[in-house]
Each structure stands twice: as structure tokens, then as C-alpha cells.
Design a protein around this ligand. Structure first.
Ligand SMILES: Nc1ncnc2c1ncn2[C@@H]1O[C@H](COP(=O)(O)OP(=O)(O)O)[C@@H](O)[C@H]1O
Ligand SMILES: [Mg+2]
Length: 226
């Protein structure tokens, strides 16, 4: 943790592509922005959050810096900018490991999204054991795309993380909703999604994650503050 400022730099990382890094960076950024000052930074050469941010334009509830080099994060630290949270969307391909490592070198915490697919486990564990643990970085796995129609899916995957793999995880998880997949093209974030039964659940999932993340850094604030 950086002692000189209250800023927390959170990397969203997993070397497996398609597990929800961009989704989590943008939606977690939106929910935290209800209470905190937030900067979202995209260092992924594929720039998927840049496109999303452009589509949201005026409705983007946080500051956004796209197409950045990880060196920019060191400057954010040095300038001691007035952000409570800086969230970094990172690349998911093995070719971009250098970029990911540079981000992890300056991060305070890592959110590791994981989809409940057997093929995602090995690359996720490799990211944790080779890149995150050697840096003694606090981290938590976030289960994403949980399908309520599949019996015991959540329980099975929680148990796998807790017992077999022994990695820390969030109690919060994100369910699979089409509205998540539609959000980038529509420029939607939890802060500007219209309310209906589906979106309310999506918003509730992301809000629970926001509370848990904020609670890691500001326990006194983790009660009902939005
Ligand atoms: N909870 C979810 N429900 C439905 N679709 C999702 C969910 N999370 C991610 N997606 C979709 O899955 C795809 C991959 O997600 P993305 O956030 O781009 O992953 P990554 O950044 O790790 O490659 C995208 O099309 C995204 O919209
Ligand atoms: Mg991405």
C-alpha cells in the first residue's frame, strides 16, 4: 500500500482472455464512483474499454484514460492525484505479459475475474502463482458469468477455489446477464442502466462487489453508504 496518499490502485487481471476484466473494470468503476473519486485506465493494446467509454461519452461517471502505457501509472502515483481508486484494465494475452507485470509492480490489490469453465482454471492459477503471489500482492478471485439455471454451479466453484485451489475470493459474484454483453456497444454502466428486473439484479451484483472492494480499503466506510 502506498503510504503517502489515500489512493488505491487496483489491477483487474487474468491472463485468460474473455473472463470479464473489461466488464469488471468499467462496472466496478461506475459503482465506486457513486461514493468515491475514480479513474479507470486502459493499458490493454486491444482497447476494449476505450470503445465502451466512447460510447458512454457524457454518461461516463468516472475519469477515463485510454491507450495508456503502464508508465502512466507511476506518474499518477507521483503526482498524488486526488483519486480514491484507480482501476486498471489489463491485457489478457500472453504476448502482453510485460505490460501486465508493469501494472502489478505498482498495484495495491488485484481483482482476478474467473468464469466457471474448466479451461479457465489453469491460466488463472498461472497468473496468480507466477505474477501475483511473487509480488506479495493482495488479491481476490471474482466469479463471473454465474448461471443461476445450472444447479450448484456457484457452490461447486466456491468450493473449488476455497478447498482445492486455496485462493482468496470475493463473496460477491456476477451473474450472467445479456445486459452485461450489450453494455459496451450501448455505452451502458450500472449508473445509467434503465431499471427493470434484469438490470436491477445486475446492478445489485456489481454493488455488492463495490462494497466488498471498498471495505478492503476503508472498513469504516463499508456500511450502507449508497
Ligand atoms: N456477467 C456477464 N454476463 C454476460 N456477459 C458477460 C459477463 N461478463 C462478461 N461478459 C461478456 O463476455 C465477453 C468477455 O468479457 P470481457 O469483459 O471483455 O473480458 P476480458 O476483458 O477478460 O477479455 C464480453 O463480450 C462481455 O460482454
Ligand atoms: Mg478486456
Amino acid at each position: 500500500m502506498n503510504e503517502s496518499s489515500g489512493m488505491s490502485l487496483i489491477a483487474i487481471a487474468n491472463q485468460k482472455g474473455g473472463v470479464g476484466k473489461t466488464t469488471v473494470a468499467m462496472q466496478l468503476g461506475a459503482v465506486l464512483s457513486r461514493r468515491f473519486s475514480v479513474l479507470v485506465v486502459d493499458v490493454d493494446p486491444q482497447q476494449s474499454s476505450v470503445w465502451w467509454a466512447e460510447n458512454a461519452s457524457d454518461l461516463l461517471p468516472f475519469d477515463f484514460a485510454g491507450s495508456q502505457s503502464p508508465r502512466m501509472l507511476t506518474r499518477v502515483r507521483e503526482l498524488d492525484l486526488e483519486y480514491d481508486f484507480v482501476l486498471v484494465d489489463t491485457p489478457g494475452s500472453l504476448e502482453d505479459t510485460e505490460i501486465l507485470e508493469a501494472v502489478l509492480d505498482v498495484a495495491d490489490f488485484v481483482v482476478v475475474p474467473l468464469t466457471p469453465e474448466p479451461l479457465a482454471v489453469e491460466p488463472t492459477m498461472r497468473t496468480i502463482t507466477r505474477l501475483i503471489e511473487p509480488r506479495h500482492l493482495r488479491h481476490s478471485v471474482l466469479l463471473n458469468r454465474i448461471d443461476g439455471r445450472i444447479p450448484n454451479q456457484l457452490t461447486t466453484w466456491r468450493e473449488l477455489l476455497d478447498t482445492t485451489l486455496g485462493v482468496p475470493r470475493f463473496d460477491a459474484y456476477l451473474r450472467q446477464y445479456k445486459a452485461h454483453a450489450d453494455a459496451p456497444i450501448l455505452g451502458q454502466l450500472v449508473t445509467n442502466l434503465g431499471g427493470n428486473r434484469r438490470t436491477e439484479r445486475l446492478i445489485a451484483d456489481v454493488t455488492r462487489l463495490g462494497h466488498e472492494v471498498a471495505g478492503q480499503f476503508a472498513p469504516a466506510l463499508s456500511g450502507r453508504w449508497w
